[in-house]
Design a protein around this ligand. Structure first.
Ligand SMILES: C[S@@+](CC[C@H](N)C(=O)[O-])C[C@H]1O[C@@H](n2cnc3c(N)ncnc32)[C@H](O)[C@@H]1O
Length: 309
């Protein structure tokens, strides 16, 4: 862990960490066929963020299709692609991007293994529809013979002390002592202003989200690739678990942030939210702000009325 490698800007299979400062398609053209074990990304959603120009939906989808096609070429037969997306919004109408991107993968012969719901609690407050509080990760593989390591990502059981009460195993613990399968609904805080990982980038992944994919879908020394690397999160999750990481980013200030965070990761100084840390519960933590002042006032007025009777 935290082994020091050089951060290169040009791809070669002999390297460990590559941050390519440019267009992902240029980088993809240099990556050999079937060499990437995990491709995981959150592409631009075409919603007019500072790093993207809002395009006609058809143009945007054509661009995504071109990147996906090249990614599939570079994917190992034992590998996985995870595309993490939310909604495209136009005139108040939402289009869940996973639904329109799904056929691009299946038409290239890939098989979907899970549609993971990533639930978080913070984001824009909508006034004309319910506020969006989840995004999805669509996970595809090229063949049936794909890497899937469940044990490193198991989570604590709800009832670890539960035992079989009858049958040949009566009295023995009924659950796996290593924990349970985390399922396909992942509750992980998103990176907003109070998050320890927040940088100037508006849409970072939390590192723990990608660690779960890296640990379950790759083995040590495998390549993990993110065509839209942003602040370098995917590479951080990869090198933290002794994998190789490569990604592209067109905006130079984010390339600098990515390099800086990767350097910090190798130095062991990058602050991240640990995997398996329970989500903060303000009531459980005794946070006074959970008591509504107007409700408290009403209660004390009620009490006065009661006492003076
Ligand atoms: C949703 S963000 C990804 C953030 C990333 N997951 C993280 O944790 O920081 C998408 C990123 O893709 C970059 N980008 C947009 N078009 C690109 C392209 N053609 N090639 C490479 N990067 C691109 C944007 O500048 C932006 O930083």
């Amino acid at each position: 862990m935290f082994e020091k490698y050089k951060i290169c800007d040009q791809f070669s299979l002999s390297r460990h960490i590559v941050v390519y400062p440019g267009d992902c398609l240029d980088l993809l053209h240099r990556i050999p066929d079937e060499s990437m074990q995990l491709i995981v990304t959150s592409p631009p959603y075409n919603i007019g963020k500072e790093y993207e120009k809002k395009l006609k939906l058809k143009v945007y989808l054509d661009q995504q299709a071109a990147v996906i096609r090249e990614c599939v070429r570079t994917l190992s037969p034992h590998g996985s692609i995870c595309w993490q997306v939310g909604n495209y919004v136009s005139n108040g109408s939402i289009i869940p991007l996973d639904t329109v991107l799904y056929p691009f993968f299946t038409e290239l012969g890939l098989t979907i293994r899970n549609r993971i719901i990533w639930h978080f609690e913070h984001g824009l407050h909508c006034s004309k529809r319910f506020s969006g509080r989840y995004e999805t990760i669509i996970w595809f593989t090229k063949t049936k013979d794909y890497v899937f390591n469940l044990d490193p990502v198991r989570v604590p059981q709800k009832y670890p002390g539960k035992k079989y009460f009858k049958g040949p195993k009566a009295g023995k613990y009924s659950c796996n002592p290593l924990g349970k399968n985390p399922g396909d609904l992942w509750v992980i805080p998103n990176v907003k202003s109070n998050h320890v990982e927040k940088t100037e980038h508006p849409c970072q992944f939390p590192v723990e989200l990608i660690e779960r994919l890296v640990l379950s879908m790759t083995n040590e020394d495998d390549w993990v690739f993110d065509p839209f690397i942003g602040t370098g999160t995917t590479i951080i999750a990869a090198i933290r678990h002794n994998r190789r990481g490569v990604g592209a980013e067109t905006v130079s200030k984010y390339v600098d942030v990515a390099r800086d965070r990767i350097e910090q990761e190798m130095a062991g100084t990058l602050r991240t939210r640990p995997m398996h840390k329970p989500v903060y519960d303000p009531e459980e933590a005794g946070n006074k702000l959970t008591v509504a002042p107007w409700a408290a006032k009403r209660d004390s007025a009620q009490m006065e009325l009661y006492v003076t009777r």
